[in-house]
Each structure stands twice: as structure tokens, then as C-alpha cells.
Design a protein around this ligand. Structure first.
Ligand code: ADP
Ligand code: MG
Length: 246
């Protein structure tokens, strides 16, 4: 008799957080929040202003220390694209990429710059000042910088804020392709339709509390029923928050 192959194990999470708590003085910005995300998963963190979304990402990125809780990264590093990511407007596209590649201490700076130009599709703009690029193209450069360390997990804080619909579409094409190649992408947004469209799962925060972790369909089902004209996800989300006192 031949031995049966070992049962496949559940895929290891790319990132796992438990009990994350962060205080600023008396204010609890994040209270006992946990989740896990698989390789290649797209997870949206949604919630009202001040919910703790940026605080969560800054803890995951290792920029801030949590007051309690732990973060596990079994597969490698985290890349972070902050909401106010800054390029040097007077430097060219290539000069910006070179600068950040040096800061990241990559082995092959010029090779890395070429790879990033390919990745962003901005090779033809390499000698243009970064300040002359559209918001969408600047955001692609910011994401390429966030990807410099070839992270297993990419964190994007409000990545599409300020972009027009076409720029958004192209940004998401880029992000979806990354996830398709196995990068876990965790993004925050206050545009609920964007979470509905692109996220496989949503983590809902309000006043620092983790209220929900599941699929859009599950969140919809968890919301109190509304009238026929308010069956869309955004209305359901508002009812979900209201029912929980937010
Ligand atoms: N550096 C800080 N100092 C003091 N309070 C902060 C700081 N950063 C965030 N907060 C507070 O923590 C809470 C969560 O903020 P934040 O994570 O930025 O929320 P979100 O990104 O969901 O809008 C808010 O009440 C905010 O005022
Ligand atoms: Mg924020």
C-alpha cells in the first residue's frame, strides 16, 4: 500500500496581527485589533474618519510601536505607501527612484531604477520632473518605492485620494496585478465602492475598535435591512455602523 500524501496545510498567512492597541495620551486610537491576511489577498480597511485606519497601518509598517499586541510576518517584509507620500518635485522621475533605491540600500541601484521604471510604465517620463506628473503617475512611483524591498505585504493608505476616475482605474490595475503575483495588499479607503470593487475582504474599524472582518457579502448580510432604494453596499455599511453606535 502506498502512503497517502500528507494533507495540504492551510496556506500560511503573509501577515498576522493580534491584540493591537495604540494610545495617544488618553485617546485610544486602536483597541485590541487583530486580523490575518493570506499571500495575494486584497484586504480593505474601512471606517469613518478617526477610526484608526492610518494608526493600524503605521503599526503594521513598524513606524510606530504598539502599546500592546503583536505582528507576525512569516514571509518577509512590509512596504508602506503613506497617504502623504512625498516625491522630490524638482528631481526627475529617475532621480527620485535612484534616491529611494539608495536609501533602501539595494545592491544594484541602476538595475533597480530600470526595473521600477518598467513596473510603473514611466520609462518615457524618466527625465521629467516628478512635479510635472499627474497625481496618478506620482502615486505609481510612490507604490514602486513602497515595493523597493520586494515586500510580502504592501500597505497603501488612501491610495486613490485625489485621483480622477481614469487615474484610479489605472492605479487599481497596477495594484491588482501585484496581488495577482502574490503580494498581499492592505489598503485603507473612505470610498466604500472601492472596497466593494477591489477587496476580497474588509476589516471595519470605528473609534479604534475592530467591528467586522469578512467578505463584502457577509458585511452586507450583517447589516440591518434597509428599504429597496437603499440596498447598495454603502447604505448597508452606514446602517451597520449606526446599529453598532457609530
Ligand atoms: N500622532 C497622533 N497624536 C495624537 N492623536 C493621534 C495621532 N495620530 C492619530 N491620532 C488620533 O487617533 C485616532 C485615529 O486616527 P487615525 O488612525 O488617523 O484614523 P483614520 O486614519 O481612520 O482617519 C484619531 O482620534 C486621531 O485623532
Ligand atoms: Mg487615515
Amino acid at each position: 500500500m502506498t502512503a497517502s500524501p500528507p494533507a495540504p496545510e492551510a496556506p500560511a498567512a503573509a501577515i498576522e496581527a493580534r491584540g493591537l492597541t495604540k494610545r495617544f495620551g488618553d485617546r485610544v486610537a486602536l483597541a485590541d485589533v487583530g486580523f490575518a491576511a493570506a499571500p495575494g489577498e486584497l484586504l480593505a480597511v474601512i471606517g469613518p474618519n478617526g477610526a484608526g485606519k492610518t494608526t493600524l497601518l503605521s503599526l503594521l509598517a513598524g513606524i510606530r510601536e504598539p502599546d500592546a499586541g503583536e505582528i507576525h510576518l512569516p514571509r518577509g517584509e512590509v512596504g508602506f505607501v503613506p497617504q502623504q507620500a512625498a516625491l522630490y518635485r524638482r528631481l526627475t522621475v529617475a532621480e527620485n527612484l535612484r534616491l529611494f533605491a539608495r536609501l533602501e540600500r539595494v545592491d544594484d541601484v541602476e538595475g533597480t531604477v530600470e526595473r521600477m521604471l518598467g513596473q510603473t510604465g514611466l520609462g518615457e517620463r524618466r527625465d521629467d520632473q516628478a512635479g510635472t506628473l499627474s497625481g496618478g503617475n506620482q502615486q505609481r512611483i510612490n507604490i514602486a518605492i513602497g515595493l523597493l524591498s520586494s515586500p510580502a505585504v504592501l500597505l497603501l493608505d488612501e491610495p486613490s485620494t485625489g485621483l480622477d476616475p481614469r487615474q484610479r482605474g489605472r492605479l487599481w490595475e497596477f495594484v491588482l496585478a501585484l496581488a495577482g503575483r502574490g503580494t498581499t495588499v492592505i489598503f485603507t479607503t473612505h470610498d466604500i465602492s472601492e472596497a466593494e470593487r477591489y477587496a476580497e475582504r474588509v476589516l471595519v474599524l470605528a473609534d479604534g475598535q475592530g467591528l467586522f472582518d469578512g467578505t463584502i457579502g457577509e458585511l452586507h448580510a450583517a447589516a440591518p435591512a434597509g428599504g429597496a432604494e437603499s440596498s447598495d453596499f454603502e447604505s448597508a455599511f452606514v446602517r451597520f455602523l449606526a446599529e453598532r453606535g457609530h
